[in-house]
Design a protein around this ligand. Structure first.
Ligand code: UDP
Length: 492
């Protein structure tokens, strides 16, 4: 019996936006009868191990296989193993170096484990070769929207931005079912510049093509046009089986397990004291670093708007915080009871799910988008880097559940120029549109609620995502049987 159970190994990439949805997905596989192994380093595993233990103790076949992060070899203190721990470029560089060094350990483990399939993060392009050696399928885990993957593919293929006279002029992305306009400044550096090297991204796109298929944390009702486009244009098999966070947490008594438990009581009291849908949740995800000038604009923008807010400020931002500006701001907000600052890491799911929360300012990280729309919240889109500008277009132009704040430049850890800052007036304007009582807000809210309902249905028995997961597991089982048959024929 044991040997007949499908064994799938998951290899997540150590950054919250990639790791969290993959762990949720792995847990869903285990809850549907698959024998699951997750490969990860100690400190990263410690952030989710509790849920794995709970699942295991409930009878599901799931475990974590630990590997060693080469801290001393790259000159990092123990426990600094996640991209989000990169508080400056030097540390970030060392973390990335350490992650690259994990390849040998992972390859040896895969040989030992002899799984039936590996589901690996898009960043681990080399796992396509590992799967080929084992003669098993490799599934490419793409941790953002199908829309963004399609848009990025079409921009790379047709380069509609190449002949513009200026980086601020608009181009239209060809072959999309919606009219999407962007400026070259909204594209990542490496694609913006003519003839620039694709670097590690080239290997990622190549590995996607050579994979058995791509797995998306999305759902049919959200991106059906783009599911179709992905299949017809890029020609790769794909499965949408999200939103995985809402699905895996559906039965959990406590969804707050990703936050700062110590302060949770205080935060909950604050939220409980606020009227329904009156609080704006402001978060720029796990990796963004803001300049002091931008922090000041955000602070005044929030203070000058007429709505309550929770703002998650990262420790990295504090480093750039000239003369304790944020400290003074926090004290003022405490006095007026208008704003609540969370330092570093927020229990995001708990906040989004609270009846007092009425909207979110998001950097357009895909997980935050999915988590917000799963509970029917509209958004202010403030993209910063990577594919986030594509996600903004999806929110604002396709789904029409978001207001753009007017972010202009795609930059990781930006020190954006004076004229590229998002000003306090623009922030106030977007907040008033989203949180106000105008028609635009009502319509966005209604559409977001509908998507929230669809998100709930798609993960129920008979829903699209539910069926996709089950059918995908069946397909992997058929592949396993075919492989074993082939092997026994060769052996005889
Ligand atoms: N997250 C959280 N608390 C925080 C910041 C982030 O729980 O203070 C979680 C968030 O709920 C999401 C993930 O971390 O699941 C961030 O992923 P996303 O794609 O939104 O953005 P990224 O951090 O990758 O830019």
């Amino acid at each position: 019996m044991e040997s007949q159970q499908l064994h799938v190994v998951f290899v997540p990439f150590p950054t919250p936006g990639h790791m969290i949805p993959m762990i949720d997905t792995a847990r869903l596989f285990a809850k549907h009868g698959v024998n699951v192994t997750i490969i990860n380093t100690h400190a990263n595993a410690s952030t989710f191990q509790k849920s794995i233990d709970t699942d295991f103790n409930s009878g599901y076949s799931i475990k974590t296989q630990l590997i060693h992060f080469p801290s001393s070899q790259v000159g990092l203190p123990e426990g600094v193993e996640n991209v989000k721990d990169g508080t400056n470029s030097e540390i970030l560089g060392k973390i990335v170096q350490g992650i690259l060094m994990l390849q040998d350990q992972i390859e040896i483990l895969l040989q030992d484990l002899q799984p039936d399939c590996i589901i690996t993060d898009m960043m681990y392009a080399w796992t396509v070769e590992s799967a080929a050696k084992l003669n098993i399928p490799r599934i490419h885990f793409y941790s953002s929207s199908i829309f963004s993957n399609c848009a990025s593919y079409l921009v790379r293929k047709y380069r509609p931005h190449d002949d513009l006279v200026s980086d601020t002029h608009k181009f239209t992305i060809p072959c999309l079912p919606h009219t999407i306009e962007m400026t070259p400044l909204m594209l990542a550096d490496w694609i913006r510049t003519k003839n620039s090297a694709t670097g590690s991204f080239g290997a990622i796109y190549e590995s996607e093509k050579r994979s058995y298929g791509t797995l998306y944390n999305s759902f049919h009702e959200l991106e059906s046009d783009y599911e179709k486009l992905y299949k017809t244009t890029i020609g790769i098999k794909s499965w949408s089986m999200g939103p995985v966070s809402a699905w895996v947490n559906k039965d959990d008594e406590k969804i707050a397990n990703r936050g700062d438990i110590g302060k949770e009581g205080e935060l909950l009291n604050w939220l409980n004291s606020k009227p329904n849908e009156s609080v704006l949740y402001v978060s720029f995800g796990s990796l963004t670093r803001l300049s002091h000038e931008q922090i000041v604009e955000i602070a005044y923008g929030l203070e000058n708007s007429s709505h309550n807010f929770i703002w998650v400020v990262r420790e990295k931002d504090k480093d750039d915080d000239g003369e304790g500006f944020l400290q003074g701001f926090e004290e003022r907000m405490k006095e007026s009871n208008k704003g609540y600052i969370i330092w570093n890491w927020a229990p995001q799911l708990l906040i989004l799910d609270h009846h007092a929360t009425g909207g979110i300012v998001t950097h357009c990280g895909w997980n935050s988008i999915l988590e917000s729309l799963s509970v029917g919240l509209p958004m202010i889109a403030w993209p910063m880097f990577a594919e986030q500008f594509y996600n903004e277009k999806l929110l604002v132009n396709v789904l029409k559940i978001g207001v753009s704040v007017g972010s202009k430049v795609n930059k990781f850890w930006s020190s954006v120029g004076e004229d590229e800052l998002v000003r306090r007036e623009e922030i106030v304007k977007a907040v008033e549109i989203l949180m106000g009582r105008g028609e635009e807000s009502k319509e966005m809210r209604m559409r977001a609620r509908k998507l929230g309902d669809a998100a709930k249905r798609t993960i129920e028995k008979g829903g699209h995502s539910y069926n996709n997961l089950l059918q995908f597991i069946d397909e992997l089982k058929s592949l396993k049987i075919a492989r074993e048959l082939e092997k026994s024929m060769l052996d005889n």
